[in-house]
Ligand binder design. Structure first.
Ligand code: NAI
Length: 327
């Protein structure tokens, strides 16, 4: 039996946590032969800690053979101790009357503290995925607050957007989702993101040529993928949780176990390519292998794409400026 991997999950008693933890413990994220220890963080409030206790009782009641241990805590340094993987899900939601700027600053406090705790106690190879919004900028803040850890190990979740785009494209093109290759969602996890299927294929056939509908791309596909989160809230009265947890599992599984040569979208610190300033956490196409991701390089960026990529970049730069004084 392999030795257990320590997986830290913050916001463990929340909606996404409830859809995520059981799948991690059953082996869906790291493989059916990989034991895990779950290290769960929640707010110190009595209600949050009681809810976390309840989740841990249910995890026990599943009798997962791969669940080698559990820790529930309100202390980030306990949750992140020797963590190999950290899923930062817990974040401050937008309250009534709260401006976007206030939301950014409230979350900046959380992610500077959590970045510092990771820096202090996590495995030196910890792979960090930030799910809590604003995910890209929260990942940037955590990365900047953890100077002793490799910057490349801080990532943000664009995979839900990638999966949403896959599903919509499959339906429009009339091809099975599993046949689609080479799709990407550039930029910020926000309505400014740019889902791009110019390079996408199904069984070797170009989907841009097959769909051949620039109007659908500009006026339906791009805005619908970008606003899908809001449409889920409108329909369900709650934000996406099961699909978000599913995307987090996809992201980490591919990062750790490899994407078998396929493109996947990850929000990663820019190396300066594609005109994205170094360090900005931006959704790009990557191929993963041996626990590392590698950007897909040299893609042609046409004028339509450049405009959209710059728009989502401008938003990320504005967010970065909004928190610069804290870092
Ligand atoms: P939720 O409100 O149900 O759960 C969040 C949990 O985090 C709560 O139990 C809360 O007590 C806890 N929490 C808050 N601050 C914390 C902190 N500093 N340390 C530890 N725990 C803390 O929210 P839900 O639905 O689970 O969503 C979580 C986050 O994920 C939100 O920020 C949401 O906007 C974001 N999200 C991101 C997506 C993406 O694609 N990147 C998709 C869907 C949601």
């Amino acid at each position: 039996m392999k030795s257990p991997v320590r997986v830290a999950v913050t916001g463990a008693a929340g909606q996404i946590g409830y859809s995520l933890l059981f799948r991690i413990a059953s082996g869906e994220m790291l493989g059916k032969d990989q034991p895990v220890i779950l290290q769960m963080l929640e707010l110190p409030m009595e209600k949050a800690q009681a809810a976390l206790k309840g989740v841990m009782m249910e995890l026990e009641d599943c009798a997962f053979p791969l669940l080698a241990g559990m820790v529930g805590t309100d202390d980030a340094e306990v949750a992140f101790k020797d963590a190999d993987i950290a899923l930062l899900v817990g974040a401050r939601p937008r309250g009534p009357g709260m401006e976007r700027k206030d939301l950014l600053l409230e979350n900046a406090k959380i992610f500077t503290a959590q970045g510092a705790a990771l820096n202090k106690v996590a495995s030196r190879d910890v792979k960090v995925l930030v799910v809590g919004n604003p995910a890209n900028t929260n990942a940037y803040i955590a990365m900047k607050s953890a100077p002793d850890l490799p910057a490349k190990n801080f990532t943000a979740m664009l995979r839900l957007d990638h999966n949403r785009a896959l599903s919509q494209l499959a339906s429009k093109a009339g091809v099975p989702i599993g046949d689609i290759r080479k799709l990407v969602v550039w930029g910020n996890h926000s309505p400014t993101m740019y889902p791009d299927y110019r390079f996408a294929t199904a069984n070797g056939e170009s989907l841009k040529d097959k769909v051949n509908d620039a109007d659908w791309n500009a006026n339906e596909f791009i805005p619908q993928v970008g606003k899908r989160g809001a449409a889920i809230i409108e329909a369900r009265g709650l934000s996406s949780a099961a699909s978000a947890a599913n995307a987090a599992i996809d992201h980490i599984r591919d990062w750790v176990l490899g994407s078998n040569g396929e493109w996947v979208t990850m929000g990663v610190p820019s190396d300066g390519s594609y005109g994205i300033p170094e360090g900005i956490i931006y959704g790009v196409p990557v191929i993963t292998e041996g626990g590392e991701y590698k950007r897909v390089e040299g893609l042609e960026i046409d004028a339509f794409s450049r405009e959209r990529m710059d728009r989502t970049l401008a938003e990320l730069e504005e967010e970065r400026e909004g928190v610069a004084h804290l870092l």
